[in-house]
Design a protein. Sequence first.
Length: 396
Amino acid sequence: MYPEVRSRSPIYLGKLILHQVKHQLMLRISCWILTGLFPISLLIFSCNGQAQSPSTTEPEPVSETKIPKYYELSDAVRCAFLDQDGIMWFGTNNEGLYRLEDSVFTQYTVEDGLCSNYISCIEADDRGDLWFGTDAGLCRYNGQTFTPVPIPWDGNEDLWGPGMNANLVLCLLNDQKGLLWLGTWGNGVHRFDPRRETDTGTYEFSSYLQDQGSLYEDSLHRNVIQSMLEDREGNIWLTSMSHGGVSRYDGKTFTQFTMEDGLSDDMVFSCLEDHEGNIWLGMLGNRAGTLQKYDGRSFTEFREVDGLCSRNIINMFEDRTGKLWLGSGRGELCIYNPNAAGELKFSAFTNADGKTFNKIRFITEDASGNIWFGGNYGQLYHYDGHTLNDFTQKGS
């Protein structure tokens, strides 16, 4: 094909390097083209998403070669989001943000104004603005510019200790009232109205659940809110990874569920409401934690002896057929089919060669109902129900 290549910095196309390309460059490339996290042998790639002005200057040929990057455990596609225009967005650990529109991947990094190259979650508000959770607070995108939005915290770095970051936003939720909720790494949950921005570009936050979960040696709580959902009745469910169990907010009060109430573990990683209104909870799995279903009255457990692929469930997704997809940081990508005959309702997802998929951090659908999933080692896959397409780059 003949790609239009637009870039501020070098883009590696197979063994060819192009520097400061500012005009439409017509190339026939028969090799597999790789850049960033995603192959573009059939794609047009833009690092800044903006068209460049025409130029008559020909790029100077170079002979340098580059072996495609090999992604390690810490290189992850962390999250994905389908916006109101049918555009897919992917957040990564180290390479910022990717937008997929009309079969074109466009990358955004801090060089393009992105607030951080670490994107942990994505949500849209009622106006269509996108909000990104980062390791430095929130980032708002109005379709043209990225704006950092600080979140509440005590301002004392010394209180947080190794591995803790009060500014790290782990999950985002836009509720039925148009309010945004954000769960943090040790700073509980905050809520604000994105429509009520002050003249200084700040927002008024309400903060909750700071005092749940384990106490540290300094007698302080640092509640990690890993996931959240809003059920069909408007209740907000929040899961804690710091031994806080699950909390449900009905608009007035919080109700906490602990192991004494039937939870198999008080470190809850993921949550989901299915089409029947059941609440599913995925555990960290360090203890005897299991996959659990709450029907409004009691908890039902699903264990490995029942066919569950792993008791560590870090994300869940229900597809249009009612199947649950279960991603794990330690086990295989698993599918639960409640309508399967017999007892074999759980099965590992495999490709045509029988390969299974591990360390899957997100699962979602696009506007056509195709499944996307990805995770550590730069994994990104697209499944249309018949064919699995691998968008993962691996060097040699």
